[in-house]
Write a protein that binds this ligand. Structure first.
Ligand code: ZN
Length: 111
């Protein structure tokens, strides 16, 4: 009954071979790969999308350098990023055209 209550040791999966290793281990004990867990928030999905809202499509730089995001997700995220970038560019273009139109109407009225 108390078996399940024992605290589980802090473990993590190796970023290369996916075997279970200690959460604090800097190197994998099986394949010796360096663990880059704290290599960054910016290389996670959340980080990449935060970068998108800050820097726009420059987030692709972080996305494709990321050691933790799979290739499939890199392709999907790249596609979504380009789509959103196109949408934002179009929205800005539409707003500018609208302002220009309003402004020219205003100019025509005042002269
Ligand atoms: Zn490993």
């Amino acid at each position: 009954m108390t078996d399940n209550a024992a605290p589980a040791p802090q473990t993590a999966k190796c970023c290369k071979c996916k075997k279970e290793i200690g959460a604090a281990d800097e190197f994998c004990r099986y394949c010796a790969a360096r663990q880059r867990r704290e290599a960054g928030f910016f290389f996670t999905h959340a980080g990449v999308w935060t970068m998108f809202f800050l820097l726009g499509p420059l987030n692709l730089w972080f996305l494709w350098l990321s050691p933790v995001i799979s290739r499939k997700w890199k392709v999907i995220d790249t596609f979504i990023t380009l789509l959103l970038t196109a949408a934002v560019c179009y929205a800005i273009y539409a707003i500018i055209m609208r302002i220009a139109k309003l402004y020219s109407t205003y100019l025509n009225m005042s002269f």
